[in-house]
Design a protein around this ligand. Structure first.
Ligand code: SAM
Length: 214
């Protein structure tokens, strides 16, 4: 994602009650931070936070965490959130999911991957968030059954993800090749989804579950 720099991004991130600046200390203790035992849903690559804020607003009995590796992008999102009602079931952080196993220990119920970077070149395959290298890391963060919900406009990444998830033992439990035509789905649009669907692109969606082996 290419974005204009914001001069006071550090100030914006430091002053937001949503932003966790020392996330490693909460590994295994996220429930303490939320002060309840509600399930925790995670979004990797949360961008400017439209999706994570809205899904958290609609689901007060679920806790949400959004991870975004580019500080400027997160700062833009936080700036917008300051005009909206505060939610106590949402935390955000500037962090690279490459080290996701350092953040959570069997604590996550559902993982959202919305419009993840497609990394089309073969030599960048291992950077895709549905590459088996990431799927191995996700095994560590999930509590019980592993649930991934993915949306993208990119058919190559979508196909790749179906194969990668299936090879890793996930079962595809829901799938749409044109999500905006699907009637039984409470869709919450992301920034990229708005942009691409306005251009006429179809939005692909899948849900996948890997049963807990224990
Ligand atoms: C194409 S944008 C999509 C943003 C948003 N999810 C949406 O749908 O509008 C992908 C985002 O994922 C972030 N991202 C990519 N890899 C990441 C990683 N390893 N850890 C955290 N964020 C990542 C990027 O910085 C970028 O903001």
């Amino acid at each position: 994602m290419r974005v204009r720099n914001i001069k006071n991004k550090k100030e914006i991130l430091d002053n937001s009650s949503y932003v966790i600046d020392n996330p490693l200390v909460y590994k295994g203790k996220w429930k303490d931070l939320f002060k309840n035992n509600n399930p925790i849903h995670l979004e990797i690559g949360t961008g400017k936070c439209n999706f994570i804020y809205e899904i958290a607003r609609q689901n007060p009995n679920i806790n949400f965490i959004g991870i975004e590796r580019i500080d400027t992008v997160l700062a833009y999102g936080i700036k917008d959130l300051s005009n909206k009602p505060f939610l106590n079931n949402l935390y955000l952080m500037n962090y690279d999911a490459l080290k996701i196993e350092d953040l959570f220990d069997k604590e996550i119920d559902t993982l959202y991957l919305n419009f993840s970077d497609p990394w089309p070149k073969a030599r960048h395959e291992k950077r895709r968030l549905t590459n088996f290298r990431f799927l191995e890391k996700y095994d560590i963060i999930f509590l019980g059954d592993k649930k991934i919900v993915m949306k993208t406009d990119n058919s190559n990444l979508f196909e790749y993800s179906i194969v990668s998830l299936s090879n890793y033992g996930y079962k595809i439990t829901d799938l749409s090749l044109d999500l905006h035509k699907k009637e039984d789905y409470n869709n919450i649009m992301t920034e990229y989804e708005e942009k691409f669907s306005k251009k006429g692109c179809k939005i692909y969606m899948l849900s996948a579950v890997k049963k807990d082996e224990k």
